[in-house]
Ligand binder design. Structure first.
Ligand code: FES
Length: 141
């Protein structure tokens, strides 16, 4: 009777020691691996200038659409993201650069050269060539 109690106690002790060692092993391996895997999510985004056009290719006045691509680091992935913007070149090498992303929900706006305004195909947002809202749901220029 007494030896059976010792046997069960020894077995329980070994089982608990095995669980404890397994937990420590998971913690020793899991914490650094988890930190390595999750670190890109918390990495601060880097902002940098991107050359998009040669000066001599830009016409004076009137918005001109420029298409360019950037290498975008998205957590673990590096993707080649295609972007566009509108550049207005003024006298004296002054430039106005407008994003082509609608301020409502992020669709791409298109230039309507006859009306000299940008229109958004998604919900009918309209902007003048300085980016000011002319109509539709967008509330910000
Ligand atoms: Fe442009 Fe809604 S996304 S009007």
């Amino acid at each position: 009777m007494n030896s059976m109690n010792e046997d069960i106690t020894r077995r329980n002790f070994l089982w608990k020691a095995l669980i404890g060692l397994g937990g420590m092993l998971v913690a020793f391996i899991g914490i650094p691996v988890g930190g390595f895997v999750l670190s890109p999510v918390f990495r601060k985004k880097e902002q940098r200038w991107v050359p998009v056009a040669w000066e001599e290719d830009l016409k004076l006045d009137g918005p001109q659409e420029i298409r360019y691509s950037i290498i975008k680091q998205d957590a673990w992935l590096k993707v080649n993201a295609k972007k566009s913007a509108y550049i207005i070149r003024k006298e004296g090498n002054d430039y106005v650069v407008l994003s082509s992303v609608c301020t409502h929900l992020g669709c791409s706006v298109h230039l309507n050269p006859q009306k000299n305004e940008f229109s958004c195909p998604c919900h009918g947002g309209k902007f003048d060539i300085s980016g000011k809202v002319l109509g539709g749901p967008p509330s910000k220029p």
